[in-house]
Design a protein around this ligand. Sequence first.
Ligand code: DQQ
Length: 600
Amino acid sequence: MDNELTTNQVWIRSFREKDARNTNRPKASTVPSILPVPVGAFSLRKRKSQSLYISSTTTCLIHIVIQTHKLGGPAACAAVVVVAVADLAVDDGLRTGYHFQPPKHWINACCGIGEANGRDRDPVRADPNGVMYYKGVYHLFYQYNPRGAVWGNIVWAHAVSTDLVDWVMLPPAMYPTAPFDVNGCWSGSANVLPDGTPVIMCRTWRTPRTSPTRTSGSGSSRTTTPVIAPGPGMNATAFRDPTTAWQGPDGLWRLVIGTKNNHRGLAMLYHSRDFKKWAPANRALHSGDTGMWECPDFYPVTSPGVSGGGGGTKNVLKVSLDLTRFEYYTFGEYDHATDTYVPDAALADGNDGLRYDYGNFYASKTFLDTAKQRRILWGWANESDSTADDIRKGWAGVQAVPRKIWLSSDGKQLVQWPLAEIESLRGGLVNITDRLVGAGQHFEVAGLASAAQADVEASFQVADLDKAESFDPAWRGADAQTVCAARGADARGGVGPFGLREERTAVFFRVFKGGDGGKHVVLMCNDPSMSSHADNLYKPTFAGFVDVDIAQTGGKIALRTLIDHSVVESFGAHGKTCILSRVNLLMVQKLNRNHPTPNK
Ligand code: DQQ
Protein backbone atom coordinates (compact mmCIF):
# COMPACT_ATOMS: atom_id res chain seq x y z
CA MET A 1 0.00 0.00 0.00
CA ASP A 2 1.72 3.20 -1.06
CA ASN A 3 -0.62 5.44 0.86
CA GLU A 4 -3.82 5.35 2.81
CA LEU A 5 -6.44 7.60 4.35
CA THR A 6 -7.21 7.85 8.03
CA THR A 7 -10.42 9.43 9.16
CA ASN A 8 -10.34 10.40 12.77
CA GLN A 9 -13.64 12.18 12.91
CA VAL A 10 -16.58 12.60 10.61
CA TRP A 11 -19.55 14.80 11.48
CA ILE A 12 -22.37 14.98 9.05
CA ARG A 13 -25.18 17.44 9.35
CA SER A 14 -28.30 16.76 7.43
CA PHE A 15 -30.98 19.30 6.74
CA ARG A 16 -34.12 18.29 8.53
CA GLU A 17 -37.70 18.57 7.49
CA LYS A 18 -38.87 22.08 8.17
CA ASP A 19 -41.79 22.26 10.51
CA ALA A 20 -44.49 24.40 9.04
CA ARG A 21 -45.37 25.72 12.48
CA ASN A 22 -41.81 26.87 13.05
CA THR A 23 -41.21 28.51 9.75
CA ASN A 24 -39.20 31.67 10.13
CA ARG A 25 -40.17 32.95 6.74
CA PRO A 26 -41.23 36.58 7.06
CA LYS A 27 -44.95 37.05 7.14
CA ALA A 28 -46.51 39.63 4.92
CA SER A 29 -47.11 41.73 8.02
CA THR A 30 -43.34 42.00 8.63
CA VAL A 31 -42.81 43.52 5.21
CA PRO A 32 -42.82 47.29 5.47
CA SER A 33 -45.99 48.89 4.26
CA ILE A 34 -44.09 50.81 1.58
CA LEU A 35 -43.56 47.52 -0.23
CA PRO A 36 -46.12 45.90 -2.52
CA VAL A 37 -47.98 42.75 -1.55
CA PRO A 38 -45.90 39.57 -1.83
CA VAL A 39 -46.62 37.43 -4.88
CA GLY A 40 -44.82 34.31 -3.77
CA ALA A 41 -42.22 32.85 -1.52
CA PHE A 42 -39.07 30.84 -1.87
CA SER A 43 -39.97 27.45 -0.55
CA LEU A 44 -37.38 25.09 0.83
CA ARG A 45 -37.84 21.63 -0.51
CA LYS A 46 -36.78 18.11 0.14
CA ARG A 47 -35.17 15.74 -2.29
CA LYS A 48 -34.10 12.21 -1.61
CA SER A 49 -31.47 9.58 -2.03
CA GLN A 50 -28.06 10.65 -3.03
CA SER A 51 -24.98 9.16 -1.49
CA LEU A 52 -21.95 10.82 -0.08
CA TYR A 53 -18.52 9.26 -0.05
CA ILE A 54 -15.21 10.18 1.51
CA SER A 55 -12.38 8.94 -0.63
CA SER A 56 -8.63 9.15 -0.79
CA THR A 57 -5.52 7.71 -2.30
CA THR A 58 -3.55 9.16 0.57
CA THR A 59 -2.91 8.55 4.21
CA CYS A 60 -5.03 11.13 6.01
CA LEU A 61 -6.69 11.77 9.31
CA ILE A 62 -10.19 13.13 8.81
CA HIS A 63 -12.74 14.96 10.95
CA ILE A 64 -16.08 15.39 9.23
CA VAL A 65 -19.34 16.97 10.32
CA ILE A 66 -22.25 16.64 7.97
CA GLN A 67 -25.68 17.98 8.63
CA THR A 68 -28.58 17.71 6.31
CA HIS A 69 -30.65 20.83 6.06
CA LYS A 70 -34.15 21.02 7.33
CA LEU A 71 -36.37 21.34 4.38
CA GLY A 72 -39.54 22.92 3.29
CA GLY A 73 -42.71 21.05 3.88
CA PRO A 74 -46.20 22.46 3.53
CA ALA A 75 -45.11 25.64 5.23
CA ALA A 76 -47.40 28.49 6.18
CA CYS A 77 -46.75 30.38 3.01
CA ALA A 78 -46.94 27.35 0.75
CA ALA A 79 -50.38 28.56 -0.23
CA VAL A 80 -48.79 31.75 -1.47
CA VAL A 81 -46.35 29.71 -3.49
CA VAL A 82 -49.10 27.64 -5.02
CA VAL A 83 -51.05 30.71 -5.97
CA ALA A 84 -48.00 32.31 -7.48
CA VAL A 85 -46.82 29.35 -9.48
CA ALA A 86 -50.03 27.52 -10.27
CA ASP A 87 -49.31 27.64 -13.98
CA LEU A 88 -45.84 26.25 -13.56
CA ALA A 89 -44.50 23.52 -15.68
CA VAL A 90 -41.16 23.52 -13.93
CA ASP A 91 -39.10 20.42 -13.49
CA ASP A 92 -38.56 20.14 -9.76
CA GLY A 93 -35.81 17.60 -9.81
CA LEU A 94 -32.88 20.01 -9.89
CA ARG A 95 -34.40 22.90 -7.99
CA THR A 96 -32.49 24.03 -4.96
CA GLY A 97 -33.73 23.99 -1.40
CA TYR A 98 -31.74 26.77 0.23
CA HIS A 99 -30.03 28.47 -2.69
CA PHE A 100 -32.23 31.35 -3.75
CA GLN A 101 -34.25 30.98 -6.90
CA PRO A 102 -37.66 32.29 -7.89
CA PRO A 103 -40.46 29.83 -8.64
CA LYS A 104 -39.79 29.86 -12.35
CA HIS A 105 -38.04 31.53 -15.30
CA TRP A 106 -34.59 32.98 -15.90
CA ILE A 107 -32.45 34.86 -13.39
CA ASN A 108 -29.02 36.35 -13.60
CA ALA A 109 -26.89 39.01 -11.98
CA CYS A 110 -28.11 40.26 -8.67
CA CYS A 111 -28.17 43.81 -7.47
CA GLY A 112 -28.21 45.08 -3.93
CA ILE A 113 -29.62 48.10 -2.26
CA GLY A 114 -26.95 49.94 -0.40
CA GLU A 115 -26.35 53.03 1.65
CA ALA A 116 -23.26 55.12 1.41
CA ASN A 117 -22.22 58.40 2.82
CA GLY A 118 -19.12 60.32 3.68
CA ARG A 119 -19.02 59.16 7.26
CA ASP A 120 -19.16 55.56 6.15
CA ARG A 121 -16.31 56.10 3.73
CA ASP A 122 -14.16 57.71 6.37
CA PRO A 123 -11.11 55.41 6.49
CA VAL A 124 -11.10 55.63 10.27
CA ARG A 125 -14.29 53.63 10.38
CA ALA A 126 -14.12 49.91 9.98
CA ASP A 127 -16.41 48.96 7.18
CA PRO A 128 -17.61 51.88 5.11
CA ASN A 129 -20.15 51.75 2.31
CA GLY A 130 -23.68 50.60 2.31
CA VAL A 131 -26.50 48.56 3.74
CA MET A 132 -28.99 46.33 2.10
CA TYR A 133 -30.82 46.19 5.37
CA TYR A 134 -33.46 48.84 4.90
CA LYS A 135 -36.04 49.52 7.60
CA GLY A 136 -35.54 46.10 9.15
CA VAL A 137 -35.75 44.08 5.94
CA TYR A 138 -33.12 42.69 3.56
CA HIS A 139 -33.83 43.43 -0.08
CA LEU A 140 -32.61 41.30 -2.96
CA PHE A 141 -33.01 42.52 -6.52
CA TYR A 142 -31.99 40.36 -9.42
CA GLN A 143 -32.10 40.24 -13.19
CA TYR A 144 -35.17 38.29 -14.22
CA ASN A 145 -37.09 37.35 -17.33
CA PRO A 146 -40.75 37.27 -16.30
CA ARG A 147 -41.65 35.53 -19.52
CA GLY A 148 -39.36 32.55 -19.80
CA ALA A 149 -36.36 30.46 -18.83
CA VAL A 150 -33.94 32.13 -21.23
CA TRP A 151 -32.31 35.55 -20.95
CA GLY A 152 -34.51 38.44 -22.20
CA ASN A 153 -37.22 40.95 -21.18
CA ILE A 154 -35.01 41.80 -18.24
CA VAL A 155 -36.60 43.40 -15.17
CA TRP A 156 -35.37 43.97 -11.64
CA ALA A 157 -37.16 41.26 -9.68
CA HIS A 158 -37.44 41.87 -5.97
CA ALA A 159 -37.49 39.67 -2.88
CA VAL A 160 -37.35 40.54 0.80
CA SER A 161 -36.28 38.67 3.88
CA THR A 162 -35.81 39.31 7.55
CA ASP A 163 -33.15 36.63 7.96
CA LEU A 164 -31.47 36.15 4.56
CA VAL A 165 -32.73 32.55 4.56
CA ASP A 166 -36.44 32.70 3.77
CA TRP A 167 -37.57 35.11 1.10
CA VAL A 168 -40.86 36.67 0.10
CA MET A 169 -41.15 37.32 -3.63
CA LEU A 170 -42.47 40.76 -4.53
CA PRO A 171 -43.52 42.09 -7.92
CA PRO A 172 -40.63 43.44 -10.00
CA ALA A 173 -39.20 46.64 -8.57
CA MET A 174 -38.40 47.97 -12.01
CA TYR A 175 -39.36 47.04 -15.54
CA PRO A 176 -39.04 48.73 -18.93
CA THR A 177 -41.56 51.53 -19.41
CA ALA A 178 -39.80 54.08 -21.58
CA PRO A 179 -37.97 54.15 -24.91
CA PHE A 180 -34.58 54.44 -23.23
CA ASP A 181 -35.02 51.17 -21.35
CA VAL A 182 -36.81 49.29 -24.09
CA ASN A 183 -34.07 46.63 -24.01
CA GLY A 184 -34.52 46.00 -20.32
CA CYS A 185 -33.46 47.19 -16.88
CA TRP A 186 -30.03 45.69 -16.60
CA SER A 187 -27.55 45.36 -13.78
CA GLY A 188 -26.78 48.16 -11.37
CA SER A 189 -26.82 49.14 -7.75
CA ALA A 190 -28.74 51.19 -5.26
CA ASN A 191 -28.13 53.63 -2.49
CA VAL A 192 -30.07 54.90 0.44
CA LEU A 193 -29.30 58.61 0.48
CA PRO A 194 -28.56 60.37 3.76
CA ASP A 195 -32.17 61.65 3.82
CA GLY A 196 -33.42 58.05 3.65
CA THR A 197 -34.43 58.02 -0.01
CA PRO A 198 -33.63 54.75 -1.80
CA VAL A 199 -32.18 55.39 -5.27
CA ILE A 200 -31.50 52.75 -7.90
CA MET A 201 -28.91 53.22 -10.62
CA CYS A 202 -29.11 50.65 -13.39
CA ARG A 203 -27.90 50.05 -16.90
CA THR A 204 -30.35 50.62 -19.72
CA TRP A 205 -29.62 51.07 -23.36
CA ARG A 206 -31.23 51.90 -26.62
CA THR A 207 -29.06 51.93 -29.69
CA PRO A 208 -27.06 54.05 -30.09
CA ARG A 209 -27.04 55.37 -26.51
CA THR A 210 -26.56 53.63 -23.21
CA SER A 211 -27.70 55.33 -20.06
CA PRO A 212 -27.64 54.25 -16.46
CA THR A 213 -30.98 55.32 -15.13
CA ARG A 214 -31.92 56.69 -11.76
CA THR A 215 -35.12 55.82 -10.07
CA SER A 216 -36.22 57.22 -6.74
CA GLY A 217 -38.38 55.62 -4.14
CA SER A 218 -39.20 51.91 -3.98
CA GLY A 219 -41.58 49.43 -5.48
CA SER A 220 -43.05 50.54 -8.76
CA SER A 221 -43.32 54.27 -7.94
CA ARG A 222 -40.39 55.45 -9.98
CA THR A 223 -39.36 58.54 -11.81
CA THR A 224 -36.78 57.83 -14.43
CA THR A 225 -34.17 60.13 -15.84
CA PRO A 226 -31.15 58.97 -17.77
CA VAL A 227 -28.28 60.40 -15.76
CA ILE A 228 -25.03 59.09 -17.23
CA ALA A 229 -24.46 58.45 -20.90
CA PRO A 230 -21.33 57.14 -22.62
CA GLY A 231 -19.03 59.84 -23.85
CA PRO A 232 -18.37 60.55 -27.51
CA GLY A 233 -16.74 57.62 -29.25
CA MET A 234 -17.61 55.19 -26.46
CA ASN A 235 -19.25 51.91 -27.31
CA ALA A 236 -22.80 52.17 -26.00
CA THR A 237 -23.19 48.42 -25.48
CA ALA A 238 -19.94 48.39 -23.50
CA PHE A 239 -21.05 50.83 -20.81
CA ARG A 240 -22.28 48.80 -17.93
CA ASP A 241 -23.52 48.30 -14.44
CA PRO A 242 -22.97 51.26 -12.11
CA THR A 243 -21.67 50.43 -8.65
CA THR A 244 -23.18 51.54 -5.40
CA ALA A 245 -22.15 55.18 -5.07
CA TRP A 246 -20.06 56.44 -2.17
CA GLN A 247 -19.51 59.88 -0.77
CA GLY A 248 -16.04 61.06 0.17
CA PRO A 249 -15.12 63.28 3.12
CA ASP A 250 -15.27 66.15 0.59
CA GLY A 251 -18.99 65.50 0.13
CA LEU A 252 -18.56 64.45 -3.49
CA TRP A 253 -20.42 61.35 -4.63
CA ARG A 254 -18.55 58.78 -6.71
CA LEU A 255 -19.50 55.65 -8.61
CA VAL A 256 -17.81 53.33 -11.07
CA ILE A 257 -19.07 52.02 -14.42
CA GLY A 258 -17.60 49.01 -16.25
CA THR A 259 -16.55 49.53 -19.85
CA LYS A 260 -13.69 48.96 -22.26
CA ASN A 261 -11.43 50.74 -24.69
CA ASN A 262 -10.52 48.25 -27.40
CA HIS A 263 -9.24 45.28 -25.38
CA ARG A 264 -8.63 47.30 -22.22
CA GLY A 265 -11.17 46.80 -19.43
CA LEU A 266 -11.97 50.04 -17.62
CA ALA A 267 -13.49 51.00 -14.30
CA MET A 268 -14.71 54.50 -15.20
CA LEU A 269 -15.17 56.91 -12.30
CA TYR A 270 -18.01 59.43 -12.16
CA HIS A 271 -18.59 62.34 -9.75
CA SER A 272 -21.68 64.11 -8.52
CA ARG A 273 -22.39 66.85 -5.99
CA ASP A 274 -26.12 66.21 -5.75
CA PHE A 275 -26.58 62.61 -6.95
CA LYS A 276 -28.46 63.99 -9.96
CA LYS A 277 -25.85 65.44 -12.28
CA TRP A 278 -22.90 63.14 -12.88
CA ALA A 279 -19.67 63.89 -14.72
CA PRO A 280 -16.73 61.68 -15.64
CA ALA A 281 -13.58 62.00 -13.54
CA ASN A 282 -10.35 62.93 -15.27
CA ARG A 283 -9.19 59.36 -15.38
CA ALA A 284 -10.46 55.83 -14.81
CA LEU A 285 -10.20 54.36 -11.35
CA HIS A 286 -8.38 51.36 -12.81
CA SER A 287 -7.92 49.41 -16.04
CA GLY A 288 -6.51 46.11 -17.26
CA ASP A 289 -5.65 44.37 -20.50
CA THR A 290 -8.44 41.86 -20.10
CA GLY A 291 -11.31 42.78 -22.38
CA MET A 292 -14.61 44.24 -21.19
CA TRP A 293 -15.23 44.83 -17.46
CA GLU A 294 -18.80 44.51 -16.24
CA CYS A 295 -20.53 44.38 -12.88
CA PRO A 296 -17.71 46.24 -11.09
CA ASP A 297 -17.82 46.42 -7.31
CA PHE A 298 -15.66 48.73 -5.20
CA TYR A 299 -15.73 48.56 -1.44
CA PRO A 300 -13.58 48.56 1.68
CA VAL A 301 -12.74 45.44 3.64
CA THR A 302 -11.13 44.98 6.99
CA SER A 303 -8.99 42.22 8.33
CA PRO A 304 -10.48 40.84 11.53
CA GLY A 305 -8.02 40.92 14.36
CA VAL A 306 -6.56 44.22 13.25
CA SER A 307 -8.00 46.81 15.57
CA GLY A 308 -8.86 50.32 14.62
CA GLY A 309 -9.27 49.85 10.89
CA GLY A 310 -5.96 51.53 9.97
CA GLY A 311 -3.54 49.11 8.36
CA GLY A 312 -6.16 46.37 8.25
CA THR A 313 -8.40 48.16 5.77
CA LYS A 314 -8.11 47.81 2.03
CA ASN A 315 -10.35 48.72 -0.86
CA VAL A 316 -11.43 45.92 -3.18
CA LEU A 317 -12.08 46.32 -6.88
CA LYS A 318 -13.91 43.34 -8.33
CA VAL A 319 -14.70 43.07 -12.02
CA SER A 320 -16.56 40.46 -14.05
CA LEU A 321 -14.67 39.60 -17.24
CA ASP A 322 -17.06 39.47 -20.10
CA LEU A 323 -14.63 37.43 -22.21
CA THR A 324 -14.12 34.58 -19.76
CA ARG A 325 -17.24 34.93 -17.61
CA PHE A 326 -15.06 34.70 -14.53
CA GLU A 327 -14.60 37.35 -11.83
CA TYR A 328 -11.33 38.73 -10.54
CA TYR A 329 -10.44 41.09 -7.77
CA THR A 330 -7.57 43.20 -6.58
CA PHE A 331 -7.33 45.23 -3.41
CA GLY A 332 -5.13 48.08 -2.33
CA GLU A 333 -5.09 51.67 -1.24
CA TYR A 334 -7.71 54.20 -2.28
CA ASP A 335 -7.14 57.90 -1.74
CA HIS A 336 -10.26 60.09 -1.86
CA ALA A 337 -8.27 63.28 -2.24
CA THR A 338 -6.84 62.19 -5.57
CA ASP A 339 -9.35 59.47 -6.39
CA THR A 340 -6.45 57.12 -6.87
CA TYR A 341 -6.68 53.38 -6.45
CA VAL A 342 -3.36 51.50 -6.22
CA PRO A 343 -3.71 47.71 -5.98
CA ASP A 344 -1.22 45.87 -3.78
CA ALA A 345 1.89 45.00 -5.75
CA ALA A 346 1.46 41.25 -5.45
CA LEU A 347 -1.96 41.30 -7.11
CA ALA A 348 -2.69 40.98 -10.82
CA ASP A 349 -5.62 41.93 -13.01
CA GLY A 350 -7.34 39.34 -15.14
CA ASN A 351 -6.47 35.71 -15.58
CA ASP A 352 -3.47 35.79 -13.24
CA GLY A 353 -5.47 37.45 -10.50
CA LEU A 354 -7.45 36.27 -7.51
CA ARG A 355 -11.03 35.10 -7.87
CA TYR A 356 -13.91 35.05 -5.44
CA ASP A 357 -14.86 31.65 -6.75
CA TYR A 358 -13.13 29.27 -9.13
CA GLY A 359 -16.34 27.70 -10.35
CA ASN A 360 -19.67 28.79 -11.76
CA PHE A 361 -20.11 32.22 -10.11
CA TYR A 362 -20.59 35.51 -11.91
CA ALA A 363 -21.99 39.06 -11.83
CA SER A 364 -21.61 39.21 -8.08
CA LYS A 365 -22.36 42.10 -5.79
CA THR A 366 -21.59 42.90 -2.16
CA PHE A 367 -23.38 45.04 0.37
CA LEU A 368 -22.65 46.11 3.93
CA ASP A 369 -25.07 44.58 6.38
CA THR A 370 -25.25 47.32 8.97
CA ALA A 371 -27.50 45.18 11.15
CA LYS A 372 -24.58 42.85 11.83
CA GLN A 373 -21.60 44.89 10.64
CA ARG A 374 -20.44 42.45 7.99
CA ARG A 375 -20.00 42.58 4.23
CA ILE A 376 -22.09 40.07 2.33
CA LEU A 377 -21.43 38.73 -1.16
CA TRP A 378 -24.11 37.50 -3.55
CA GLY A 379 -23.24 35.74 -6.80
CA TRP A 380 -25.14 34.12 -9.61
CA ALA A 381 -24.62 30.58 -10.94
CA ASN A 382 -25.82 29.70 -14.40
CA GLU A 383 -27.19 26.32 -15.43
CA SER A 384 -24.88 23.56 -16.64
CA ASP A 385 -27.40 22.09 -19.04
CA SER A 386 -28.60 23.28 -22.42
CA THR A 387 -31.03 26.07 -23.24
CA ALA A 388 -33.48 23.43 -24.43
CA ASP A 389 -33.20 21.76 -21.02
CA ASP A 390 -33.81 25.10 -19.29
CA ILE A 391 -36.96 25.68 -21.34
CA ARG A 392 -38.13 22.19 -20.52
CA LYS A 393 -37.37 22.74 -16.81
CA GLY A 394 -39.07 26.13 -16.85
CA TRP A 395 -36.28 27.89 -14.96
CA ALA A 396 -32.61 28.76 -15.13
CA GLY A 397 -30.11 30.22 -12.68
CA VAL A 398 -29.66 30.25 -8.92
CA GLN A 399 -27.94 32.50 -6.42
CA ALA A 400 -25.00 31.17 -4.42
CA VAL A 401 -25.60 31.18 -0.69
CA PRO A 402 -24.93 34.65 0.68
CA ARG A 403 -21.36 34.69 1.94
CA LYS A 404 -19.65 36.84 4.52
CA ILE A 405 -16.49 38.25 2.96
CA TRP A 406 -13.47 39.78 4.65
CA LEU A 407 -9.73 40.32 4.31
CA SER A 408 -7.58 37.41 5.50
CA SER A 409 -5.51 38.04 8.60
CA ASP A 410 -2.30 37.92 6.55
CA GLY A 411 -3.78 40.54 4.22
CA LYS A 412 -3.07 38.40 1.14
CA GLN A 413 -6.56 37.56 -0.07
CA LEU A 414 -10.27 37.72 0.68
CA VAL A 415 -11.95 34.97 2.65
CA GLN A 416 -15.59 33.91 2.37
CA TRP A 417 -17.91 31.84 4.50
CA PRO A 418 -21.61 30.97 4.21
CA LEU A 419 -23.69 33.21 6.44
CA ALA A 420 -24.22 31.74 9.88
CA GLU A 421 -27.97 32.11 9.30
CA ILE A 422 -28.11 29.06 7.05
CA GLU A 423 -26.97 26.94 9.97
CA SER A 424 -30.48 27.44 11.33
CA LEU A 425 -31.54 25.01 8.61
CA ARG A 426 -29.36 22.23 9.92
CA GLY A 427 -31.12 19.12 11.07
CA GLY A 428 -29.81 15.57 11.50
CA LEU A 429 -26.19 15.18 12.44
CA VAL A 430 -23.75 12.47 11.41
CA ASN A 431 -20.40 12.68 13.12
CA ILE A 432 -17.57 10.38 12.08
CA THR A 433 -14.37 10.47 14.04
CA ASP A 434 -10.96 8.89 13.58
CA ARG A 435 -11.76 7.01 10.44
CA LEU A 436 -8.86 5.35 8.66
CA VAL A 437 -9.30 4.82 4.97
CA GLY A 438 -6.69 2.89 3.08
CA ALA A 439 -5.06 4.15 -0.07
CA GLY A 440 -7.41 4.12 -3.01
CA GLN A 441 -10.37 3.37 -0.76
CA HIS A 442 -13.51 5.25 0.08
CA PHE A 443 -16.34 4.91 2.53
CA GLU A 444 -19.96 5.80 2.25
CA VAL A 445 -21.32 8.15 4.87
CA ALA A 446 -24.22 6.27 6.35
CA GLY A 447 -27.14 7.67 8.29
CA LEU A 448 -28.07 10.58 6.08
CA ALA A 449 -31.75 11.04 5.39
CA SER A 450 -30.63 12.46 2.08
CA ALA A 451 -27.31 13.63 0.78
CA ALA A 452 -29.07 15.78 -1.79
CA GLN A 453 -29.10 18.58 0.78
CA ALA A 454 -26.19 18.48 3.17
CA ASP A 455 -23.69 20.68 4.91
CA VAL A 456 -20.39 18.82 5.07
CA GLU A 457 -17.54 20.02 7.23
CA ALA A 458 -14.47 17.87 6.87
CA SER A 459 -10.94 18.14 8.13
CA PHE A 460 -8.35 15.98 6.41
CA GLN A 461 -4.94 15.34 7.84
CA VAL A 462 -2.34 14.06 5.43
CA ALA A 463 -0.04 11.57 7.12
CA ASP A 464 2.95 11.64 4.87
CA LEU A 465 3.59 14.83 2.94
CA ASP A 466 6.92 13.43 1.78
CA LYS A 467 5.05 11.27 -0.65
CA ALA A 468 3.70 14.29 -2.50
CA GLU A 469 4.51 14.17 -6.19
CA SER A 470 6.59 16.97 -7.64
CA PHE A 471 4.91 19.96 -9.15
CA ASP A 472 5.56 19.62 -12.87
CA PRO A 473 7.69 22.57 -13.99
CA ALA A 474 5.51 22.68 -17.10
CA TRP A 475 2.63 23.78 -14.85
CA ARG A 476 4.44 26.88 -13.58
CA GLY A 477 2.34 29.87 -14.49
CA ALA A 478 -0.55 27.64 -15.51
CA ASP A 479 -3.88 28.22 -13.87
CA ALA A 480 -5.22 25.72 -11.37
CA GLN A 481 -7.91 24.54 -13.76
CA THR A 482 -5.27 23.41 -16.26
CA VAL A 483 -3.35 21.51 -13.58
CA CYS A 484 -6.49 19.92 -12.24
CA ALA A 485 -7.67 18.91 -15.66
CA ALA A 486 -4.31 17.24 -16.19
CA ARG A 487 -4.72 15.33 -12.91
CA GLY A 488 -8.42 14.53 -12.66
CA ALA A 489 -10.31 12.94 -9.79
CA ASP A 490 -9.24 9.45 -10.72
CA ALA A 491 -5.58 10.17 -11.37
CA ARG A 492 -3.70 8.90 -8.36
CA GLY A 493 -0.98 11.14 -6.97
CA GLY A 494 1.47 10.90 -4.08
CA VAL A 495 -0.75 12.96 -1.77
CA GLY A 496 -4.25 13.07 -3.07
CA PRO A 497 -6.73 13.19 -4.40
CA PHE A 498 -8.60 13.13 -1.11
CA GLY A 499 -12.00 14.62 -0.51
CA LEU A 500 -15.72 14.15 -1.05
CA ARG A 501 -17.60 12.46 -3.77
CA GLU A 502 -21.26 13.31 -3.93
CA GLU A 503 -22.48 10.63 -6.30
CA ARG A 504 -20.20 11.28 -9.24
CA THR A 505 -19.13 14.82 -8.45
CA ALA A 506 -15.77 14.92 -6.72
CA VAL A 507 -14.45 17.78 -4.60
CA PHE A 508 -10.88 17.02 -3.65
CA PHE A 509 -7.39 18.24 -2.86
CA ARG A 510 -4.01 17.37 -4.29
CA VAL A 511 -0.70 18.26 -2.73
CA PHE A 512 2.53 18.69 -4.71
CA LYS A 513 6.11 19.26 -3.67
CA GLY A 514 8.21 21.97 -5.16
CA GLY A 515 6.22 25.15 -4.77
CA ASP A 516 7.68 28.60 -4.32
CA GLY A 517 10.05 28.81 -1.36
CA GLY A 518 9.99 25.05 -0.97
CA LYS A 519 6.34 25.12 0.14
CA HIS A 520 3.89 22.50 -0.98
CA VAL A 521 1.40 23.44 -3.66
CA VAL A 522 -2.16 22.67 -2.61
CA LEU A 523 -4.77 22.37 -5.32
CA MET A 524 -8.53 22.21 -4.75
CA CYS A 525 -10.57 20.70 -7.57
CA ASN A 526 -14.18 20.13 -8.44
CA ASP A 527 -14.55 17.44 -11.05
CA PRO A 528 -18.10 16.98 -12.31
CA SER A 529 -16.97 15.18 -15.45
CA MET A 530 -18.48 11.92 -14.26
CA SER A 531 -21.69 13.54 -13.04
CA SER A 532 -23.42 12.79 -16.29
CA HIS A 533 -22.67 11.13 -19.57
CA ALA A 534 -24.83 13.59 -21.47
CA ASP A 535 -23.01 15.51 -24.18
CA ASN A 536 -24.76 18.82 -23.87
CA LEU A 537 -23.70 19.76 -20.35
CA TYR A 538 -21.20 22.40 -19.34
CA LYS A 539 -19.10 20.49 -16.86
CA PRO A 540 -15.51 21.68 -16.82
CA THR A 541 -13.16 20.72 -14.05
CA PHE A 542 -12.99 23.77 -11.79
CA ALA A 543 -9.97 24.39 -9.62
CA GLY A 544 -8.12 26.89 -7.50
CA PHE A 545 -4.82 26.87 -5.65
CA VAL A 546 -5.14 27.09 -1.87
CA ASP A 547 -2.81 29.49 -0.08
CA VAL A 548 -2.01 27.29 2.88
CA ASP A 549 1.33 26.04 4.13
CA ILE A 550 0.19 22.48 4.68
CA ALA A 551 3.46 21.42 6.29
CA GLN A 552 2.89 24.09 8.94
CA THR A 553 -0.66 22.93 9.63
CA GLY A 554 0.57 19.42 10.33
CA GLY A 555 -0.83 18.20 7.02
CA LYS A 556 -4.33 19.38 7.90
CA ILE A 557 -6.75 21.03 5.51
CA ALA A 558 -10.45 21.75 5.92
CA LEU A 559 -13.27 21.51 3.43
CA ARG A 560 -16.87 22.64 3.79
CA THR A 561 -19.28 21.67 1.04
CA LEU A 562 -22.92 22.75 0.76
CA ILE A 563 -24.88 20.31 -1.34
CA ASP A 564 -28.27 21.43 -2.59
CA HIS A 565 -29.66 19.23 -5.37
CA SER A 566 -28.00 20.74 -8.42
CA VAL A 567 -25.52 22.91 -6.50
CA VAL A 568 -22.24 21.75 -4.94
CA GLU A 569 -20.66 24.80 -3.29
CA SER A 570 -17.32 24.26 -1.58
CA PHE A 571 -15.13 26.31 0.73
CA GLY A 572 -11.53 25.10 1.08
CA ALA A 573 -9.17 25.98 3.92
CA HIS A 574 -11.86 27.84 5.88
CA GLY A 575 -13.00 29.90 2.91
CA LYS A 576 -9.73 30.74 1.18
CA THR A 577 -10.63 28.91 -2.03
CA CYS A 578 -14.26 28.60 -3.09
CA ILE A 579 -15.75 26.58 -5.96
CA LEU A 580 -19.42 26.46 -6.91
CA SER A 581 -20.43 23.84 -9.39
CA ARG A 582 -23.78 22.86 -10.89
CA VAL A 583 -24.50 19.17 -11.28
CA ASN A 584 -27.26 17.38 -13.01
CA LEU A 585 -28.36 14.96 -10.35
CA LEU A 586 -31.44 13.78 -12.16
CA MET A 587 -29.30 12.42 -14.91
CA VAL A 588 -27.11 10.86 -12.28
CA GLN A 589 -30.10 9.19 -10.72
CA LYS A 590 -31.03 7.70 -14.06
CA LEU A 591 -27.47 6.56 -14.66
CA ASN A 592 -27.24 5.04 -11.25
CA ARG A 593 -30.13 2.76 -11.92
CA ASN A 594 -27.70 0.99 -14.22
CA HIS A 595 -24.52 1.78 -12.31
CA PRO A 596 -25.48 1.89 -8.65
CA THR A 597 -22.02 2.46 -7.21
CA PRO A 598 -19.70 5.38 -7.75
CA ASN A 599 -16.27 4.99 -9.25
CA LYS A 600 -13.94 3.25 -6.89
N1 DQQ B 1 -25.93 41.06 -17.28
C1 DQQ B 1 -26.68 42.27 -17.32
C2 DQQ B 1 -25.72 43.31 -17.74
C3 DQQ B 1 -24.45 42.80 -17.16
C4 DQQ B 1 -24.54 41.36 -17.45
C5 DQQ B 1 -27.83 42.13 -18.23
C6 DQQ B 1 -23.71 40.49 -16.58
O1 DQQ B 1 -26.03 44.60 -17.31
O2 DQQ B 1 -23.37 43.46 -17.72
O3 DQQ B 1 -28.76 41.21 -17.74
O4 DQQ B 1 -24.04 39.15 -16.74
